[in-house]
Design a protein around this ligand. Structure first.
Ligand SMILES: Cc1ncc(COP(=O)(O)O)c(C=O)c1O
Length: 395
């Protein structure tokens, strides 16, 4: 496949850098010779602004305690305003060492052991971890799939909340793994149901900047007067490939929500992170805009190639429309059953992907035949992966 200009400049061979995605293949899949399309990070170098800022820090050479500068907050606040129409105030922001850690803290802040918490399923699996690891009860409202596209069953969502006296809803917006960018109407309906039943909403917007042409991500917090019943978590990690920096934001406009969040963080004294995470995040939000455009073009090119090639040559594979995220959700149930999915995808097609069953509770996921393919890589890998899949399915 022809390389995009972005790919020519930023694609990087990561094997040997101790990256989870490639160097962790043996540990996770028992096979190091696979095309790595699992962990959600990118095979692209970060924006030049990030590398320059990191170099400057490295050249100074002293890596002691960090005094977080105002410019770090200003950069994020500017980004939120310009890209998401969200006017964030400095005092609303709290540090979290990863979005998932923030979810864990908020589950603790807004529910008690034994309480029920709800997700829309299938869902990024650490959401289930946040509920179950904390001794809360997992409630899943299944999304409804039609020709690959997923929507919310609002009646089921509300009934599940009411029947279980749910205390917390963890929302993924845009949604991993089904690639939905929720509409304003959908988000308002969810929030109104949660308001009726006094459910606290943890909104994970880590994929907020990875939105495909024609879609508009709506920031939940800008919808209306919901501050006292919600928290937003986001980060530069997906947007700019900075997950190693572990530098994420909790946006908490309501003072009571801030107090409750801080009370949990205080028990572990988690208030700030490493200097490199701050430096990288600030530089990305300040100088990463053009880079992001190139990354999005490359992801969209990879997706349309995968979608169109599978439609032509593996026509019974159902490729979910990609509205947001760089993760493609593909149903292979026409070509295999769940018992043989790994053999087909990993052993024959030589792909390391996230398997669909990981995103469900055990019972709902046992017959699932989806795979989640990470498209934030070179076109050549995407092409190879598609060819391998077609051959493995015998087409
Ligand atoms: C929806 C979602 N939330 C959170 C994360 C991970 O966030 P962090 O590494 O900041 O904990 C991911 C990574 O794939 C994700 O897809």
């Amino acid at each position: 496949m022809m390389q995009t200009e972005f790919e020519k400049k930023y694609y990087v061979e990561r094997r040997g850098s101790s990256c989870a995605k490639w160097d962790g293949l043996e540990g996770k899949f028992g096979d190091s010779d696979l095309i790595a399309m699992w962990v959600a990070d990118m095979d692209f170098r970060c924006p030049d602004s990030v590398i320059e800022a990191m170099k400057k820090a490295v050249e100074n050479g002293a890596f002691g305690y960090y005094n977080v500068p105002d410019s770090y907050y200003d950069a994020f606040i500017r980004w939120e305003k310009e890209h998401h129409g969200y006017e964030v105030k400095r005092e609303w922001l709290r540090y979290t060492p990863g979005v998932v850690a923030g979810i864990y803290a908020l589950v603790n802040a807004y529910s008690q052991p034994g309480d029920a918490c709800i997700i829309l399923s299938p869902c990024y699996y650490p959401f289930m971890g946040a509920i179950q690891d904390n001794g809360r009860r997992l409630c899943c409202s299944q999304l409804v799939e039609k020709e690959g596209r997923y929507t919310i069953d609002f009646e089921n969502f509300e009934k599940t909340i009411a029947d279980n006296q749910v205390k917390v809803f963890i929302l993924c917006s845009p949604h991993n793994p089904v690639g939905r960018v929720w509409t304003r109407e959908e988000l308002v309906r969810l929030m109104e149901i949660c308001r009726r039943h006094h459910v606290f909403v943890i909104c994970d917007e880590i994929h907020q900047d990875i939105v495909m042409p024609g879609y508009q991500k709506v920031t939940l917090a800008t919808l209306g007067d919901y501050d006292d019943m919600m928290a937003t978590l986001t980060a530069p990690s997906k947007t700019f490939n900075l997950a190693g920096g572990q530098n994420s934001f909790a946006i908490l406009p309501d003072p009571t929500v801030r107090e409750k969040f801080e009370a949990v963080c205080r028990t572990m004294r988690i208030f700030d992170g490493g200097s490199f995470g701050y430096i990288a995040a600030e530089a990305a939000y300040t100088g990463g805009e053009e880079w992001l455009k190139g990354a999005l073009e490359t992801i969209w090119r990879n997706f349309t190639y995968l979608r169109d090639t599978l439609a032509a040559r593996l026509p019974k594979a159902v490729v979910t429309p990609l509205e947001g995220t760089y993760l493609s959700w593909v149903d292979l149930s026409a070509y295999t059953d769940a018992a043989h999915l790994k053999e087909l995808v990993q052993d024959k097609a030589r792909l390391a992907v996230d398997f669909g069953c990981w995103f469900f509770d055990e019972e709902s996921g046992k017959d699932d035949c989806h795979i989640r393919i990470n498209l934030a890589t070179s076109g050549d890998y995407v092409e190879q992966a598609v060819e391998n899949l077609i051959a493995a399915c015998g087409c």
